[in-house]
Ligand binder design. Structure first.
Ligand code: ADP
Ligand code: MG
Length: 502
């Protein structure tokens, strides 16, 4: 009897102990879950972009644009002059070549233009990475390489023009690095970015470097237009639709340019152009305003950035918007979640590796519409080596992607409306002309870049926010049009516009 009783008591104790352990584990798990949810809520609040806040960003952008146009160094926005006063309109004719350096790949293009009414007859592109060795060598090596690729492309081109040695061809050169432009076809490199570091090229006239390399290799071509990728995008946009007045790139980085009245460009000091207007390259990645919703993750990202002190930049627009950074902001949030709440069961070591989570992965998790979020599971497992993530945690991760992407898209939208405001196309009459409301004009903004084109929800959020800021009255007059490959094709179009034989 005693043994029986002892056994019964023993069992009861063990049962109780197990039950207590289970309860405490479930309490702990619930607590961890609560921590994770709180963290995401906090992020959501910090990234909030109600329309009132976006309008403050719009105003700040327009004000900074003014300051940057007044004097060099007057604003974080460089507002670089391009000397381009006339954009392609569809009447251009002939075969033109272009080079596009400064994107993910180096590209060579040939564009055939049929003149009025026929638009672009054909275009051919060849794309390849620049060998790592050449990115840090000498300028002569780099430009010799570029000229040799161009020569091979021209020679392999059966249906293109026959290279006659005595006919000099005009070339468009997209060179997407900070350049102090001297004329449409010449400019001095201010500094390298994007992994390029060729000391002896800094301060040199870039078009001349290429012209010399082409001469040396026996290629009878000359740079007719030296432009940056936003300007190329604007050119293609304008070629397709003459109401295009601005262009935005949202890819690895972000930047914008627009057509400004010359009399509003005070630092032009009365220099006139034929059209009374000039394209201005904003270099808006550097834009900063206290109205930007900045989080502890942005601050940490900034503190660890190699280019932290570059142009005394704190967290700029680019770091909140572009493809280079969005993935890493999400990674930072997940990393903190793993550390503080322990809801990602695996040791999640990979989450501490900077830039391991690329933005296209964020897009594929965000756009996962399977009921069990299988794609989210796949990304976590393949790229972060985190397995067995419960469905509700995967849902939470999707929410993090949504918050970060939505903020990015809405801030980019505010930047776009800022340009419209500066030029009096937002329905408010512009900064300069006070309160008088002008009648809205049809306005097209050309957009290009992998993030905008490839990430559907980003594009959707951006367009939604533009409409929201502009309001129902003006929004129908503003169109965002994709101008794919504008960076290269646009340079060829500008070579046509500024061709010496036109
Ligand atoms: P670049 O800016 O170098 O000229 P792209 O305009 O093609 O190149 O943009 C590439 C960048 O866009 C990538 O680095 C990535 O961050 C982002 N991106 C490309 N495709 C997608 C996608 N499907 N979803 C989200 N981001 C993407
Ligand atoms: Mg590009």
């Amino acid at each position: 009897g005693r043994v029986g009783l002892g056994l019964a008591v023993g069992c009861a104790v063990v049962t109780c102990a197990i039950a207590a352990a289970l309860v405490s584990r479930s309490v702990r798990r619930r607590w961890r879950w609560g921590q994770a949810v709180a963290l995401v809520r906090e992020l959501e609040e910090a990234c909030d972009t109600p329309v009132g806040r976006l309008r403050q960003v719009v105003d700040a952008m327009a004000v900074e644009m003014h300051a940057g146009l007044a004097s060099d160094g007057g604003s974080k926005l460089k507002m670089l002059l391009t000397f381009i006063d006339s954009l392609p309109d569809g009447t251009e004719e002939g075969t033109y070549y272009a080079l596009d350096l400064g994107g993910t790949n180096f590209r060579v293009l040939r564009v055939q233009l049929g003149g009025k009414g026929s638009m672009i007859l054909s275009h051919k592109v060849e794309s390849q990475p620049i060998p790592q060795k050449l990115m840090t060598g000498t300028s002569e090596e780099l430009f010799n390489f570029i000229a040799s690729i161009l020569k091979r492309f021209v020679q392999s081109d059966n249906d293109g023009f026959q290279q006659l040695p005595d006919v000099r061809k005009d070339l468009g050169f997209t060179f997407s690095f900070p350049v102090k432009q001297l004329s449409i076809s010449s400019g001095v490199l201010i500094k390298w970015t994007k992994g390029f570091s060729i000391e002896d090229a800094v301060g040199k006239e870039i078009a001349q470097c290429l012209n010399e390399a082409m001469t040396k290799i026996g290629l009878n071509m000359r740079v007719a237009a030296l432009v940056n990728n936003t300007v190329g995008t604007l050119a293609l946009g304008h070629y397709n639709d003459e109401d295009t007045v601005a262009a935005v790139i949202i890819g690895t980085g972000t930047n914008a340019c627009y057509l400004e009245r010359t009399d509003a460009i005070i630092k032009c000091q009365g220099r006139l152009t034929n059209s009374g207007a000039m394209v201005v390259n904003m270099e808006w990645g550097n834009f900063w305003s206290s109205h930007l919703p900045r989080t502890s993750y942005d601050i940490a990202l900034d503190d660890e950035s190699p280019n932290r002190n570059e142009q005394a930049r704190i967290t700029g627009f680019e770091k909140m918007i572009s493809g280079m950074y969005l993935g890493d902001i999400v990674r930072r949030v997940l990393h903190r979640m793993a550390e503080e709440s322990d809801i990602l069961l695996d040791p999640a070591k990979n989450l501490s590796v900077p830039f391991i989570l690329r933005t296209p992965l964020i897009a594929s998790m965000h756009e996962d519409d399977s009921p069990d979020l299988a794609e989210v599971g796949r990304v976590l497992e393949e790229h972060l080596k985190i397995s067995r993530v419960p469905l509700k945690v995967r849902r939470l991760i999707v929410r993090v992607c949504d918050i970060v992407t939505r903020r990015a898209a809405r801030l980019a939208a505010a930047g776009i409306v800022g340009m419209l405001k500066k030029t009096g196309r937002d329905g408010s009459g512009g900064v300069a002309s006070g309160r008088t409301r002008s009648k809205p004009r049809r306005t097209v903004v050309a957009v290009e870049g992998g993030l905008y084109i490839g990430y559907t929800l980003f594009k959707q959020y951006l367009n939604e926010a533009v409409r929201e800021i502009l309001g129902d009255e003006v929004a129908p007059y503003v169109l965002l049009k994709v101008s794919e490959d504008g960076s290269g094709i646009g340079a060829a179009l500008l070579a046509a516009v500024y061709s010496s034989d036109r």
